[in-house]
Design a protein. Structure first.
Length: 352
């Protein structure tokens, strides 16, 4: 147990303090090959925006990067790690999305460790029908390679309901450092919160929001729940979000605003919460079951100039009918949410 890998002290402190961790998209050229210049530019954008790190190889990076004949998992991890190592001010956190059955997940974690990644964001979607004890054994196997950033994937996009008992066993893994709660369900979020408290690990396992429909609400919420020695308080330290993949400079400012309020929910935050959810609905294409989620993120970057096109590895993925108009509406209704001026001022330097 004592030989399990742990992140460096700077990474642990950054997790505890709380930060913005964008889910890194994939830039493609007209032949659906990775556009390395624009892929680097996206990573530079996140650094300049003040993100605490990036998550690569996750849903926003497109799971198809792992397909035979595509083979982009290693290149995208390598490229992000190279930019973060060379240009990061301080030590930017590198979170690798880890997928598949235990053999695949361990192999991906070994690759990520070799490339300098700090944490494994562990998807359990491949084990959707397996009992809890097998999921925990799977997580332990991956934890022997990289420290874990747990992930409660929403059921709407292929995840499964994970019980309080599962999370209680999961947080007993010594090098679980954080959990991204993204079930889009407050009852299920509470299962995670209660599990951390029950294990007495409220100061060791950091909560991060992944609920794209409830970002501000999660960040301002305080939980007082039972621990082994009485009530303890937990809160979301930051977020690891597809929603924070775009307009990231504003996301950093949002987190700073929430910190200044210190859990006090005033009218400003109530309005900001609803504006953020409405913008997310348009760009993630909630009305169509998130079918246009990744193209929506790409469309924001195309408008800003960070991407030239909205193509994905799936040739059938596209903006849904009416989605572009909904994004137009978001720009009209909530101009303070976008960071277009920030991007315009720095784009040339990121595209160098």
């Amino acid at each position: 147990m004592n030989d399990l890998p742990m992140p460096g002290s700077e990474i642990l402190e950054r997790l505890r303090t709380g930060c913005v961790i964008p889910a890194h998209p994939l830039a493609l050229d007209g032949g659906r090959r990775m556009d390395e210049r624009r892929q680097r530019a996206l990573t530079r954008y996140y650094l300049a925006a003040g993100a605490g790190g990036v998550a690569v190889g996750v849903h926003s990076t497109q799971f198809e990067i792992r397909k035979p004949g595509v083979g982009l998992l290693r290149p995208v991890l390598e490229l992000a790690s190279e930019v973060l190592e060379r240009e990061g001010a301080g030590r930017a956190m590198r979170v690798a999305g880890i997928c598949g059955d235990t053999r695949q997940a361990v192999a991906e974690a070994e690759m990520a460790r070799e490339l300098g990644c700090d944490l494994a964001l562990l998807s359990l979607a491949a084990l959707i029908d397996h009992p809890d004890e097998e999921l925990v054994a799977h997580a332990r196997s991956v934890s022997e390679v990289l420290p874990l950033f747990g992930f409660y994937l929403q059921t709407a996009v292929g995840g499964r309901v994970l019980s309080h008992d599962f999370w209680r066993a999961f947080v007993e893994i010594p090098n679980v450092c954080a959990i991204k709660a993204a079930p889009f369900n407050r009852y299920q979020t509470l299962d995670v919160v209660r599990a951390i408290a029950a294990a007495g690990r409220e100061d060791e396992v950091m909560l991060y929001t992944g609920n794209d429909d409830h970002v501000v609400g999660d960040l301002v919420t305080r939980y007082r729940v039972a621990g082994p020695h009485g009530k303890v308080e937990l809160h979301f330290r930051g977020g690891l979000l597809g929603h924070w993949a775009f307009w990231t400079r504003r996301a950093v400012e949002m987190l700073e605003t929430v910190r200044r309020h210190d859990g006090v929910i005033d009218e400003e935050l109530k309005v900001l919460a609803n504006e953020t959810t409405d913008a997310n609905a348009a760009i993630f294409d909630a009305v169509n079951g998130y079918a246009g989620c990744i193209p929506g993120i790409h469309e924001v970057f195309r408008r800003q100039g960070l991407l030239q096109r909205i193509d994905t590895l799936n040739p059938n993925a596209a903006l849904s009918p009416g989605q572009s108009e909904e994004i137009d509406r978001t720009y009209r209704d909530y101009p303070h949410l976008n960071d277009d001026d920030f991007v315009k001022a720095n784009l040339d330097s990121w595209l160098r």
